[in-house]
Design a protein around this ligand. Structure first.
Ligand code: SF4
Length: 308
């Protein structure tokens, strides 16, 4: 389960005690990964805090617990400076999208230039989809820039999509869950198809920029009538929005709103229950905005504040 490359890196760093960080989707394998590392001579501290990205490194905890390094499974380097060395071991699914594409090829008849995108786990699947579509005489586009893999998107970084959007007739996103494809559909006016690796389905995502803009306006209209705002700043190292929070507070106060900067590692309904916060302005992961139904408060993005 641990790649040879990651093991070699741990050994080259002369790591004895390692802090193991595993994303939510791979938690069922956590104990077997820990056991295999122990068998190879490492002492393992298995981190239990929920983890959804490499923006959420637990290097401070690793240091506090006397670990020589952090082994982060499942995500690629987010570019953060850290207090102990971090070894990234991306996890790639062996999902094959070709059988789904074969079944649904007719639906792509009217599109010649097809943009591909995936979450990191499906980077190999994206290449299989590219090869198949090219064999069917389609022009396949996939962006590649910075530390992102070919076609990779993060919920907070769709720059690979922006690179090819003008030339693509449609997009296909390969992954699981709704977070990434709905973010992609929100950023493009082009039809977006979703290959769901968990169900082998191929769906046209209907929610596009226009419907999302209408929903956004409804939220800002509602927020105009509300008075008590919490500006949420996460303590996760790659999500800190402290530098924008002060500006947001001033803007809200000018609109005669009561605004408080609130902070936690992760925001949950229980943490704000009973406080009387009516609107949350989220400076952290965009997933919070997507999950707003679970927070019991209206959630806005920082850029929405000007429209209140
Ligand atoms: S901030 Fe959110 S979307 Fe961005 S990498 Fe972290 S978990 Fe993913």
């Amino acid at each position: 389960m641990i790649s040879a490359k990651a093991l070699e890196k741990l050994r080259s760093l002369k790591v004895k005690k390692v802090y193991l960080q595993i994303p939510e989707g791979l938690k069922t394998r956590a104990l077997s990964i820990a056991a295999s590392l122990e068998e190879k001579g490492f002492t393992v501290v298995l981190g239990l805090e929920p983890c959804f990205g490499a923006c959420d490194l637990r290097d401070r905890e690793a240091k506090q617990l006397g670990c020589d390094a952090l082994l982060h499974i499942g995500h690629s380097d987010f570019g953060l400076g850290t207090s102990v060395p971090v070894v990234y071991d991306e996890w790639f699914s062996d999902f094959d999208p070709v059988r789904v594409l074969k079944k649904n090829l007719k639906k792509l008849d009217k599109y010649d230039f097809i943009g591909l995108a995936s979450s990191v786990q499906y980077a190999d699947a994206l290449k299989k989809a590219r090869d198949f579509l090219e064999s069917k005489n389609k022009h396949v586009l996939a962006g590649k820039q910075g530390r992102l893999l070919l076609g990779q998107v993060l919920g907070c970084d769709y720059s690979n999509v922006a690179l090819i959007e003008d030339r693509a007739d449609c997009f296909i996103f390969i992954g699981s869950g709704s977070f990434h494809y709905s973010g992609l559909a929100a950023r493009t006016a082009k039809p977006t198809f979703f290959i769901d690796a968990e169900t082998d389905s191929f769906t046209l995502v209907h929610e596009n920029r226009d419907t999302l803009e209408i929903k956004r306006r409804l939220r800002t209209e509602k927020a105009k009538d509300m008075r008590t705002f919490g500006i949420f700043v996460s303590t996760k190292p790659g999500q800190s929005g402290m530098e924008v929070a002060g500006g947001i507070r001033k803007a809200l106060e000018k609109k005669n709103k009561q605004a408080f900067i609130i902070s936690a590692d992760m925001l949950t309904k229980e943490k704000i229950m009973g406080m009387g916060i009516e609107v949350l302005v989220n400076t952290a992961c965009p997933r919070i905005y997507e999950d707003q139904g679970m927070l019991g408060a209206l959630v806005l993005n920082p850029e929405d504040v000007k429209d209140i």
